[in-house]
Design a binder for this molecule. Structure first.
Ligand SMILES: Cc1cc2nc3c(=O)[nH]c(=O)nc-3n(C[C@H](O)[C@H](O)[C@H](O)COP(=O)(O)O)c2cc1C
Length: 259
């Protein structure tokens, strides 16, 4: 059998061409399914933080029954009636110079540098009335940007649920932020104190929370061996519950303006 470098290269080139067409084709064909799955995954995480997730096959029906997405301006805390949430892309808004604002260093507790003024939030209804609100929160840990959903009661103060859906922290150390037992502790904690002043006090403490501590209603146990990730969680809360985050909106929720 005659073999030459030319033939080998031709066969290799044809093979490469066929493979690239197959891979490109798969990307194009599978893209719509990928978008559907991403959307379903997002809905699942929102339901998880609101304590409403039942099973994979009920995600869409539960979401449609209880959840209404709206777009708010975090600066004013007002719902943007002119923007239809189903057509709003948070990903695009996060890059749109019209909405993106730099966060002064002294206020950037989450180390995210900038954020969009417009944020999609989720109103969770019970018997037609507002029951809880789910927000997207994110901030830097030790290795990664940790992304999660926080659900707050209609009182604008009490945490109903919290979960992380994406991070790159070390499994067994910082990665424990996705441990359901740790996440469970957040339920019932208060984001602000009773004085009427919105003063974020949520604190990830080192070691176990002492129930006698006056700060206990605002604190959860730190993650052992992962102080830096724990600090990142605390910073994420501090930022997103500050003036520059959801504070104005939560004030309106508390006053009953948001239905
Ligand atoms: C391979 C490796 C991975 C680590 N991953 C994390 C992590 O994901 N989050 C974290 O806070 N600390 C992590 N650490 C530990 C930090 O370097 C630091 O020691 C720790 O945050 C201190 O926490 P402690 O005071 O609770 O012990 C890691 C250390 C090593 C060697």
């Amino acid at each position: 059998m005659s073999e030459s470098a030319g033939k080998t290269l031709t066969v290799a080139a044809i093979l490469c061409g066929v493979c690239s067409v197959l891979v490109a084709g798969a990307v194009v064909v599978l893209r719509p399914r990928q978008v559907i799955n991403q959307d379903l995954d997002q809905k699942k995480n929102i339901l998880l933080s609101a304590g409403l997730y039942e099973s994979q096959d009920k995600i869409d029906s539960t979401f449609n029954q209880f959840v209404q997405a709206v777009v708010i301006d975090v600066k004013t805390g007002e719902v943007q009636q002119g923007i239809e949430a189903s057509k709003f892309s948070q990903e695009k808004a996060d890059k749109d110079p019209q909405y993106v604002e730099d966060i002064p260093k002294s206020q950037d507790f989450a180390t995210i540098r900038r954020r969009s003024r417009l944020q999609k939030v989720y109103l969770v209804k019970k018997d037609g009335a507002l029951d809880q609100i789910v927000f997207h929160v994110y901030g830097k840990g030790l290795w990664s940007t940790m992304k999660g959903f926080l659900s707050v009661d209609r009182d604008g103060v009490t945490i109903r649920g919290f979960n992380y859906y994406a991070h790159g922290e070390t499994p067994g150390l910082g990665g424990e932020i996705e441990n359901p037992r740790w996440l469970e502790q957040w339920k019932g904690k208060k984001l602000y104190d009773d004085s009427g002043e919105y003063r974020p006090k949520t604190k990830v403490v080192k070691g176990q929370v002492n129930p006698q501590d006056p700060n206990a209603p605002y604190s959860v146990d730190g993650l052992s061996g992962a102080t830096l990730t724990s600090n990142g969680v605390e910073g994420t809360f501090r930022y997103w519950l500050s003036d520059s985050g959801y504070k104005s909106f939560l004030g309106k929720v508390r006053e009953g303006v948001i239905q």
